[in-house]
Structure formats: structure tokens, C-alpha cells
Design a protein around this ligand. Sequence first.
Ligand code: NAD
Length: 264
Amino acid sequence: SMRLMEGKRGLIMGLANDKSIAWGIARALADQGAEIALSYQGEQLKKRVAPLAELINATEIVECDVTDEGSLDALFDHLKNAWGKLDFVVHAIGFSDKSQLRGRYVDTTPDNFRMTMDVSVFSFTAVCQRAAALMTDGGSLLTLTYYGAEKVMPHYNVMGVAKAALEASVRYLAEDLGKDGIRVNAISAGTIKTLAASGIGDFRYILKWNELNSPLRRTVTQEEVGKSALYLLSDLGSAVTGEIHHVDAGYHTVGMKAVDAPDI
Ligand code: NAD
């Protein structure tokens, strides 16, 4: 039987190492026959990305810093020349200075606020602008968000504010691009130990808290985010757009833990 991503070509942005959520998604898509292009930030990441690219037979590997418009233009020009069209894009990128991912949100600094919004919010819109032009047979765009957009989580601070804006932008982009058959969604992933997550204060405690308090009584893996991404990026998700899909072992549904829990 035909694999879900056979004949589809797409870009995955935000691969830093084999712990990246982008890597879980890349493997799930490659397993189903997708042809994948990878973009990475800065030349020093190339030595980590190149061997991973080989494992999934990624054909195009392009450096791109999303804060640089010229760099984004060059990435999409490259894909236009190589492939002519695109079927999907995964945006697994976020950044804030780690000095601001601890303590109080009220102390956030103007420069870091703007930088965080630029890298973690506007970059997805900038990617959609360029990708949509290449999605001549329709397409699917996906970004990654976190529950700190919806509720106050310790230390998430300015990144929570940015994720709230990112989630709102998913809805506006879905409306704008829907008439061209282009879907736009986000996965709200549970906490996973990655390079970016390690910058968040008390991250080990937050992981443990999620493990003890989620309905499934565990955290989630990159592979599980990959499987849900496959649904949203393939024909399985053909009627789904503007959605923030939680892949978090159910954590977002819990208001309070029952008193008979064994660990209280
Ligand atoms: P990661 O560190 O593996 O990936 C983050 C990526 O962002 C890196 O590849 C980095 O190079 C890239 N990046 C940062 N600034 C960039 C720039 N200016 N230009 C291009 N790329 C840039 O960590 P991750 O946890 O896999 O993060 C991927 C996404 O998942 C992020 O949006 C993150 O907020 C989100 N997310 C993570 C978790 C978690 O617990 N790890 C939970 C929910 C959502």
C-alpha cells in the first residue's frame, strides 16, 4: 500500500541535533516516503545536521537564519530552483535569551521582547509568505507551540507571550491561505528535554511535574510529536486547519489532581 507522504516534498526548519522535535518529525515523515529539505541556523550546526540529513536521505540542506530576510529569500529561491513546488513546511523554531526564561515576566526587557517575537512569532509568518507561493497544489504548514501560551507556567515568561501571538497567527494564516488549499496548524507539545528547553529555569522540575500530573502520567517523546505531525501534514488531516493540537499526554485538560493520587 502507498505510504502517506509518497510523492510529497517539504522543508523542515529547526533541526539542531537528534533531540530536536524537528528530528522526531523528520523521521516520521521520511518513514512515510516524504522527500525532505532541511534548514539549519548557522554554519556551526552543519556538522550535526549533515549526518542526520543522510539518515533520512534529505536532498537539500540549506543554512537559514530566520531573522534575516535575505537568508529566508535565498532558502526559498533554492527550493524553487530545486523542486519548483512545495507540499509542506515544518517550523520548529523559537528563541529567547535564557536570562529571561527565569524569574518574573514583569521584568522582561524591551530588546529581548522584540527579538523573541521576531524569531518565535514573525518568522512563521515570513516563512508562510514565501512557502505559500510555492504551494501551487495546496499544502500544509505546521509550527510548534506550548501550553505556556494559554496558562501561566513557571519561567516561560516572554516565550508564553510569544507563543500566544504565534497561536493567533496560525488562525489568521489559516484563513488567508485556506482558499488556496493551504492548511496552517500548530502542535502544542508537552515538555521534552531539548537544547531549547534546557534554557528554561527549573526545567527538570517542570518535566517531573508533567509526568506526575498528566492523565497519561508521563511526558511525551519527539517520536509522538512526529506521528501527530504526520497526521496534520498528510492527507489524513485534509479538513484540519487553524488548529492548535495538543500532544501533551493530556496535561492541558487537568484543572486539579485527585487527592487519591499515590504521590501526594
Ligand atoms: P531545539 O533547540 O532542538 O530547536 C530549536 C531550533 O530553533 C534550533 O534548531 C535553533 O537552531 C532554531 N533557531 C533559533 N533561532 C533561530 C534563527 N534565528 N534562525 C533559524 N533557526 C533558529 O528545541 P526544540 O524543543 O525542538 O524546539 C522546537 C520548537 O518546539 C520550538 O518552537 C519550541 O518552542 C517548541 N516546543 C518545545 C517544547 C519542549 O518542551 N522542548 C514544548 C513545546 C514546544
